[in-house]
Write a protein that binds this ligand. Structure first.
Ligand SMILES: Cc1cc2nc3c(=O)[nH]c(=O)nc-3n(C[C@H](O)[C@H](O)[C@H](O)COP(=O)(O)O)c2cc1C
Length: 379
């Protein structure tokens, strides 16, 4: 089975198997962006199963770009917390990858500083109640790119094996590529190639900061299902440009790998994702074809069994990232490995106290998970 075989990334690092813990925000960090013990325990218990790699929850690179109260990789004060996080992720020999992000127009207004929400353009998100951001200045854009690079330097100093740029799920990097969110007419917008510039500059800054021997990954939403959004063809062009940089993998973010659905901007709020357009061929296959072996392809969305993992690999993925299945069952991979899939927990227990204690999920994360009905199955 391919899923249990190793793979060597372009940078030379080897991943022992193809299973990866997907980035999972716990919404449970301290106000200063450091990780509390219960967040480390959440990660460590899941990593202990022997995943090839574990990707962290998304760490903010600038204070004003926070979309929740999560971990930070914004200054030296975060270094010792990042160190502890890398150690927890690596406890069972997994590669530890730090995901980094900026919220742009979907940062939480109450978490931003005096100057408020900033984004590529002064266009509000489709999320209900979204506030209109102000358009970033060219200096702010240059500073944000540098902040991604500095976050990658912190990751290197903290002992991570690599960094994943969160270019998906409607956060700032995605917003720059989106014709819905980016109405600029300077170097950062106006044509598709200019809308790519931010993503490419961030990828280059991260690679420069990491040096050649650490893993650099990029997560992308393969198309926007909202009207006037970017198409799968647009995203393939971006992917082709990204693959020319020294990346180690491109991760395709889907809600369900079989249905090829990406996350809509409003999905988790109004459940309207169901009717989204589905391309004839899986975006995983299309991306694999464009990338053509220049770096690895990671797939995610609804991977619940070893057969799912193998099916995503058959579609063209090299790696699979597993999210909700490991939230619900911390021992998911051990059960898959020992062919005891029948004993995998299929949903969160009814009793909320049991969720936190039995599954090592921080109480604030439990609230967060339960705040969006239908997001995570219940027993
Ligand atoms: C609680 C939770 C937190 C998440 N946090 C992040 C995150 O920080 N960064 C990210 O790229 N995706 C995040 N995601 C999306 C997952 O990484 C994954 O792509 C998605 O849940 C689909 O895969 P799954 O069906 O295996 O859960 C999160 C998902 C969940 C359920």
């Amino acid at each position: 089975m391919v899923a249990w075989s190793s793979l060597r990334f372009n940078c030379g690092q080897e991943i022992a198997n193809r299973f990866v813990v997907a980035p999972l925000t716990t919404d449970s960090s301290h106000e200063d962006g450091t990780a509390p013990d219960n967040e480390l325990e959440f990660v460590q218990r899941r990593a202990a199963n022997g995943f090839g790699a574990v990707i962290s929850s998304a760490a903010y690179v600038e204070y004003d770009g926070r979309s929740w109260q999560g971990i930070g990789a914004a200054h030296d004060g975060h270094l010792s917390s990042l160190h502890r996080l890398a150690d927890a992720m690596r406890a069972a020999g997994s590669l530890a990858i730090l995901q980094i992000y900026d919220g742009g127009r979907i940062a939480r207004p109450e978490l931003t500083g005096e100057r408020g929400l900033r984004a590529p353009s002064a266009v509000a998100s489709l999320r209900p109640g979204a506030k209109t951001p102000r358009a970033m200045t060219s200096d702010e854009i240059a500073k944000l790119i540098a902040s991604f690079g500095e976050a990658a330097s912190l990751a290197r100093k903290a002992g991570f094996d690599g960094v994943e740029i969160h270019g998906a799920n409607h956060y700032a990097v995605h917003q720059f590529f989106s014709p819905r969110a980016n109405h600029r007419v300077d170097d950062w917008g106006g044509t598709i190639s200019k809308r790519m510039n931010f993503a490419l500059a961030v990828a280059q800054a991260v690679r420069d900061a990491l040096g050649p021997k650490l893993i650099a990954g990029f997560r992308v939403t393969p198309f926007e299902s909202e009207a006037d959004g970017y198409t799968l063809e647009d995203a393939k062009l971006l992917c082709n440009e990204l693959a020319k940089l020294d990346l180690d993998y491109i991760s395709v973010s889907l809600d369900d790998y079989r249905k090829s659905k990406p996350m809509r901007e409003t999905r988790v709020y109004d459940g309207s994702g169901e009717e989204s357009y589905t391309p004839a061929e899986s975006p995983i296959t299309e991306f694999a074809r464009v990338i053509a072996g220049r770096c690895a392809v990671m797939a995610s969305g609804g991977i619940k069994t070893c057969m799912d993992a193998e099916a995503a690999i058959d579609m063209g993925a090299d790696l699979v990232a597993v999210g909700r299945a490991v939230v619900v069952d911390p021992e998911w991979l051990s059960k898959v490995r020992s062919k005891s899939e029948a004993s995998i927990l299929a949903g969160l227990p009814k009793d909320e106290r049991e969720i936190a204690n039995a599954l090592s999920i921080p109480p604030r994360m439990v609230e967060y998970l339960l705040s969006r009905p239908g997001w995570i199955p219940r027993l």
